[in-house]
Design a protein around this ligand. Structure first.
Ligand SMILES: [Zn+2]
Ligand SMILES: [Zn+2]
Length: 144
C-alpha cells in the first residue's frame, strides 16, 4: 500500500469522508518535503491547486488527519507543529534557529516513570530544547 493509500484508509476507518481538499493535504504529506510543518506551510502549498481553501479548513483537515492516526502534533512556544512520524520519538528544537530534528527514544525508558505514578502511559509528546550543532559552535566562537 502506498503512503497515500494508507492515509486515505486511515481517514475512512475513522469515518472521515475523502474530499478533494483532504486529498490535496494528503498529497502534501506524501511529498514529504518537510519533516515538521505548520498549518501555514500546508496552506501555502495546497492553495496553489485548491485556491478556495482557507487556513481554517487546513487546520480542520490536519485535525482529522491527527484523529485518524496519520500525523502527530506538538507545540513549541505556542506554535503547533505537525509531522508524519507517528512513532514514539523525541523532537529536538534549536532555540536559536528553530530547526527541529527527530531523535530515537526508547519508550522503555519511561517504564520507571509510569510505575512511580501508577499510570499506564499510552502516549507522550517529547520536545527537548537546546542548540543545534551549528548554533552551538557559532555561540562558542562568539564567546572566545
Ligand atoms: Zn540552530
Ligand atoms: Zn518529530
Amino acid at each position: 500500500m502506498s503512503m497515500k493509500e494508507t492515509y486515505v484508509e486511515n481517514l475512512r476507518k475513522s469515518n472521515f469522508k475523502i474530499t478533494p481538499q483532504r486529498l490535496e493535504v494528503i498529497n502534501f504529506l506524501e511529498k514529504g518535503n518537510y519533516n515538521h510543518f505548520t498549518a501555514e506551510d500546508v496552506y501555502s502549498s495546497v492553495k496553489e491547486s485548491e485556491p478556495t481553501i482557507t487556513l481554517a479548513t487546513v487546520y480542520n483537515i490536519l485535525r482529522a488527519l491527527k484523529e485518524s492516526g496519520n500525523i502527530n502534533s506538538f507545540e513549541v512556544n505556542g506554535k503547533t507543529w505537525f509531522e508524519t512520524n507517528v512513532q514514539f520519538h523525541g523532537n529536538l528544537v534549536c532555540d536559536s534557529c528553530g530547526k527541529i530534528i527527530d531523535v530515537e527514544v526508547d519508550p522503555g525508558r519511561f517504564a520507571d516513570l509510569s510505575s512511580e505514578a501508577s499510570y499506564k502511559i499510552t502516549g507522550a509528546n517529547l520536545v527537548m530544547r537546546g542548540l543545534c550543532p551549528e548554533c552551538n559552535s557559532a555561540e562558542q566562537i562568539e564567546n572566545h
